[in-house]
Ligand binder design. Structure first.
Ligand code: SF4
Length: 227
């Protein structure tokens, strides 16, 4: 598989946020979100076998725990990504898969927790969510909307309501987009939508969803990679 990096940090943006987690970051993405903070994954990386990847995961977290497969878009390497997830599950790891929602999800092993984006209009990649993926969601999965504007919020609110997402998945997350050139201070000034404003919109509408903050960008310097 083409791998950008494997490292251990805290999970930053789901209901698992704050837990120690090994990240396996795969190379390549077919989308170009305007606020993408992972453009360094679009090319490059190094070739690793499944065995080498599992060895590195074991070295970083010998006693099990969480492993997140992320990217880029991991399912562009589906032929190897699915066997990798099977292997990690068989070794006793809890596996999260972070995906853009554009790739089909039916091949993902059922024990994997899928954290699935639905791209909003101001991501620059609207209408890329594969609607068939709604059928592949399970009560252990999570759906995430990255919000860059009031327009994005209204899109997310209507999508959540229309598809009754709250009853399909464990968590629906609305997360303010971070400026991709964010650097320096570790605070909400880099968010494209003020988290307080987003919280107030959600409360005013009684939206059954979780406000998500990318906690790693508040703990470490926001431009830092590998955290
Ligand atoms: S899907 Fe993810 S990695 Fe790809 S461009 Fe969008 S934010 Fe970046």
């Amino acid at each position: 598989m083409q791998i950008i990096e494997i490292y251990r940090s805290l999970q930053g943006e789901s209901s698992y946020a704050g837990l120690p987690c090994v990240f396996v970051r795969l190379a390549g993405c077919n989308l170009r979100c305007t606020w993408c903070d992972s453009e360094y994954t679009f090319s490059g990386g190094r070739r690793m076998t499944l065995e080498e990847i599992e060895d590195e995961v074991r070295r970083l977290s010998p006693d099990g725990g969480l492993v997140e497969i992320t990217g880029g878009e991991p399912l562009l390497q589906e032929g190897e990504c699915v066997p990798l997830m099977d292997r990690l599950l068989a070794s006793g790891y809890a596996v999260l898969l972070e995906t853009s929602g554009e790739r089909p999800l039916e091949s993902v092993p059922s024990q994997v927790v899928k954290i699935v984006d639905v791209k909003c209009p101001d991501s620059g990649e609207p209408d890329t969510f594969n609607m068939e993926n709604l059928k592949a969601l399970t009560p252990r999965d999570e759906v995430k909307f990255v919000i860059a504007s009031r327009r994005d919020y209204e899109f997310a609110r209507e999508f959540v309501r229309e598809h009754n997402l709250g009853s399909r998945v464990a968590s629906v997350i609305l997360s303010p987009a971070f400026r991709k050139d964010a650097a320096g201070s570790r605070d909400a000034s880099h968010c494209l939508v003020d988290p307080r404003e987003l919280a107030e919109w959600m409360l005013a509408d009684g939206l059954q969803a979780r406000l998500g903050l990318q906690i790693h960008k508040f703990i470490w310097e926001p431009s830092l990679k590998g955290v």
